[in-house]
Write a protein that binds this ligand. Structure first.
Ligand SMILES: Nc1nc2c(c(=O)[nH]1)N[C@H]1C(S)=C(S)[C@@H](COP(=O)(O)OP(=O)(O)OC[C@H]3O[C@@H](n4cnc5c(=O)[nH]c(N)nc54)[C@H](O)[C@@H]3O)O[C@H]1N2
Ligand SMILES: Nc1nc2c(c(=O)[nH]1)N[C@H]1C(S)=C(S)[C@@H](COP(=O)(O)OP(=O)(O)OC[C@H]3O[C@@H](n4cnc5c(=O)[nH]c(N)nc54)[C@H](O)[C@@H]3O)O[C@H]1N2
Ligand code: SF4
Ligand SMILES: [Mo]
Length: 745
């Protein structure tokens, strides 16, 4: 029998069907009934058994011994001890000293929703997740331009006449539904154009009509040159801007410093390429632009996001078919205090907090100090920060300095190795799950997946884990669960009224996911108790965009929730017209505010900056963490899922290899200011000379047939530093790590 679920390896979450053989995934295929992916998958989904049945799945709670090893303990002991230790830290130092990290990866955000209740019970204030090492700069810019960070935009690639991928390789990394199908369609249509801006001739660049092979770190100048050319060559969407934007004159004053020829040269492309691309963008019927890690994890990250957005705004490609639009969201992906507090800056370093998320690069600074307000404990859920955040050695030191670290994961990870308690979670195929990567427009979709397997013995679902923690912390003691349960038995309407009443107590609001689970959850069909939080989210989703949800066919939050339960393959939950985008602007004057002063000040500095300057001691720029066919963050830990040995190798241009005496298939030592590693070598003329790349997600420890741990490939963050970061958002410069290589025997 084919069972309906989704791929959990990237934000697209293609619908899939799985045929089981016992607990093994015998076959996997795309689900044609999924509203967005419509049967599409990439090759990675077919190997999901490596996740589900990994040899390093955890099956018992673990407690650290003084000698560094772990003892298996039972669940009751684990929950009681964790509640006691975290409760004591809260009582002595305040809940703000307990930091929460994670809450979901590429496929699972429902569990993290319940984690909010645990944060509330602990009075925790600060939290973060991976978005604060890639997307917070972009969110901040959205807030400045459009009024609020939640005014997040998305491209309309299926309809765009010109699709631009800037520091983004969707052939490998996806980022929008059915990416390869759409890319091929654009490539073969003579009326449409594909533009790629990437220092490497990527798989996407191979399909492109225009490939601007920018110098690594040259993007701010290239963006500036394009904007300068748009102004000089009289390509502005004047009328549209007059109607919908303010601040144009101030912006043009700054753009006047651009010397198009000079800035093009600094960026490593020709002036002719820049002028013709500017014209292509300005004269197109519609343009969509996808910016991603290539500029978000590179110098001028937040400035890059700003300039990229100006490119589509100054050409009027906003709020129209094929252009950029502001989408609905089923639920928020941001952070913030479970305890109800909303801090604006971090307690020790004073770094700005964007969308509730502490910048990942300052986390060690908030721990490795004797400041009285330092973080003293950490709960990590569905994330592997020792591996995924900058400077792994420093992250390990930080975890070791904390009074208590709790990790909730399915596998023994690099982070779990440094925990005081490790709690084994049921896998994403063993429980109700959903992701809140609901980023599509004009139709936006959401899927509530059902379990296709029972939890592996010894594991619990996150909703159950958090319910036990919150109960042990005594946070539910004052809540009238019986009254709510009785109302739930009467029906949804009675329950909604009773729940609204109960929410007058702010603590009930903060504990809502668990209160719902223990009340309305017990009335749901098919044991769907863990899905109860979706009821609350469906209500809020309806309230936040009632017209869009109605247009998708649902007259209330309850109808939306019931549809989720009835359609495990996913539903379209909102449908918009293109005028919705301009209606969603949140500035009081309903206009786009084009001039962002702090970023324009940074822009002015570009006049004196030249990305051609190199450092003789560090002649190479390392892109530390490239998406390849054989990478999937750290979700697949078993290296045997990869098909090609070179998936883990250092890519280097043949000229650089020759200069260093490196050969194809040989070994090299790569050294950065922070660390050094031995890597396999793959020669590739897809890179510019001077640019080398390593894949993301490598260097994981995985047991061999005899259970002995084997590390394969290089963990990129052994080579990165927390100091290399954006001045506004604190995002790391992982795509721009100065390095050198030498041959090893
Ligand atoms: N196969 C696979 N797919 C994935 C993932 C995975 O692990 N594996 N991870 C998922 C996640 S979490 C994310 S965030 C996305 C990320 O998706 P992408 O952002 O597409 O991923 P990357 O390959 O890291 O970086 C994109 C491109 O940036 C280019 N680049 C490097 N330096 C520069 C520069 O200075 N300027 C410019 N313009 N470009 C530069 C690189 O050559 C690369 O082609 O992928 C998602 N999809
Ligand atoms: N140098 C460098 N570093 C990078 C990047 C880079 O390009 N270069 N990319 C960055 C990016 S964009 C991202 S998004 C991050 C990703 O890094 P992280 O945010 O750390 O996330 P993942 O690697 O996806 O790991 C998710 C974790 O969830 C666990 N897990 C899986 N299923 C479940 C479940 O059902 N329950 C629980 N509790 N746990 C589960 C997995 O075992 C794994 O440990 O890495 C970042 N790090
Ligand atoms: S990795 Fe992403 S694109 Fe590939 S099948 Fe999974 S969800 Fe779809
Ligand atoms: Mo990411």
């Amino acid at each position: 029998m084919w069972q309906t679920t989704a791929c959990i390896l990237c934000s697209i979450n293609c619908g899939i069907e799985v045929k089981l053989d016992g607990r093994r995934f015998a076959r996997v295929r795309g689900d044609k009934s999924h509203p967005a992916s419509k049967g599409y998958t990439c090759e990675k989904a077919l190997r999901l058994d490596h996740y589900q049945n990994g040899r390093d799945r955890l099956t018992s709670p673990l407690r650290r011994r003084p000698d560094g090893g772990f003892d298996e303990i039972d669940w009751d002991t684990a929950i009681a001890e964790i509640a006691e230790r975290l409760g004591a830290i809260r009582d002595e130092h305040g809940g703000a000293s307990i930091f929460y990290y994670g809450g979901g990866g590429q496929g699972n955000h429902l569990g993290g929703g319940y984690g909010r209740a645990t944060r509330a019970a602990l009075g925790s204030v600060y939290s973060s997740n991976a978005l604060a090492q890639e997307k917070t700069g972009e969110f901040w810019v959205d807030g400045q331009l459009f009024g609020r960070p939640r005014c997040h935009t998305t491209g309309d690639y299926e309809r765009a006449q010109v699709a631009v991928f800037w520091g983004k390789n969707p052939w490998q990394s996806h980022g929008f539904p059915r990416a390869r199908v759409t890319l091929k369609e654009i490539a073969k249509d003579p009326e449409r154009s594909l533009v790629v801006v990437d220092p490497r001739r990527t798989e996407t660049a191979d399909l492109a009509d225009v490939h601007l092979q920018v110098r690594p770190g040259g993007d701010a100048h290239l963006l500036g040159a394009l904007l300068g050319a748009i102004v000089e060559d009289d390509l502005l969407a004047d009328e549209w801007l007059a109607e919908h934007a303010v601040g144009l004159d101030e912006l043009l004053g700054h753009l006047a410093v651009v010397d198009v020829a000079e800035w093009s040269a600094r960026a490593g492309v020709t002036e002719a390429e820049v002028r013709s691309t500017a014209r292509l963008l300005a004269e197109a019927e519609s343009v969509s632009i996808f910016e991603d890690l290539g500029i978000q994890q590179a110098p001028h990250s937040t400035l890059n996001s700003y300039l990229e957005k100006l490119l589509y705004l100054l050409t009027g490609n906003f709020g129209r078919p094929g252009g950029m639009n502001i989408h609905t969201s089923f639920a928020s992906l941001g952070g913030g205090g479970g305890g109800g507090g909303r801090a604006r800056t971090t307690p020790v370093a004073g770094q700005p907090i964007i969308t509730g998320l502490v910048p990942c690069n300052v986390i060690p600074d908030e721990i490795l100090t004797d400041h009285p307000d330092r973080f003293r404990a950490m709960v990590v859920e569905s994330a592997n920060p020792v591996h995924s955040l900058a400077d792994s050695p420093r992250m390990r030191d930080a975890l070791d300095a904390l009074d208590c670290v709790v990790v909730i994961d399915v596998a023994m990870t690099e982070t779990a190795e440094h925990a005081d308690y490790v709690l084994p979670a049921a896998s994403q195929f063993e429980k109700y799950e959903a992701t809140f990567f609901t980023l599509e427009f004009p139709e936006n979709d959401i899927q509530l997946r059902r379990p296709i397997l029972d939890p592996l013995p010894g594991t619990l679902t996150e909703p159950e884990i958090h319910t036990r923690l919150v109960t042990a912390l005594g946070a539910l003691d004052g809540v009238d669960l019986d009254g709510l349960r009785a109302a739930a038995e009467e029906g949804r309407e009675a329950f909604a009224a009773e729940f609204l009443d109960a929410s007058a107590d702010p603590m009930v609001g903060r504990l809502a996911p668990i209160v719902l689970r223990e009340t309305i959850g017990t009335t749901l069909p098919d044991g769907a108790k863990d899905a109860a939080a979706m009821w609350g989210l469906a209500q809020m989703c309806f309230l936040s965009a009632p017209d869009s949800v109605r247009a998708a066919g649902y007259e209330s939050g309850d109808e939306l929730f019931d549809a989720l339960l009835e359609h495990p393959e996913g539903i379209v939950f909102s449908r918009d017209g293109y005028d919705a985008t301009l209606d969603r602007l949140e500035h009081g004057d309903d206009r786009i505010h084009l001039a962002v002063e702090s970023l324009l000040a940074e822009f002015d500095e570009l006049v004196d900056e030249d990305p051609r300057e190199t450092d003789p001691e560090w002649p190479l720029i390392l892109s530390a963490g490239e998406r390849r066919s054989g990478t999937a963050n750290t979700i697949y830990r078993d290296p045997s899922w990869r098909r090609k040995a070179t998936d883990a190798a250092l890519r280097i241009h043949p000229d650089d290899a020759a200069a260093a005496g490196l050969v194809e298939g040989g070994s090299a030592r790569i050294t950065t200011r922070r660390g050094s590693a031995v890597v396999d070598v793959e020669l590739s003329d897809t890179l510019r000379p001077g640019h080398v790349s390593l894949p993301n997600g490598m260097g994981l420890s995985y047991p061999d047939d005899d259970g002995a741990p084997v590390v394969s490939g290089v963990a990129p963050n052994e080579l990165t530093s927390t100091d290399d970061r954006d001045r506004h958002a604190g995002t790391p410069h992982h795509k721009h790590v100065r390095a050198r290589v030498e041959a090893v025997a």
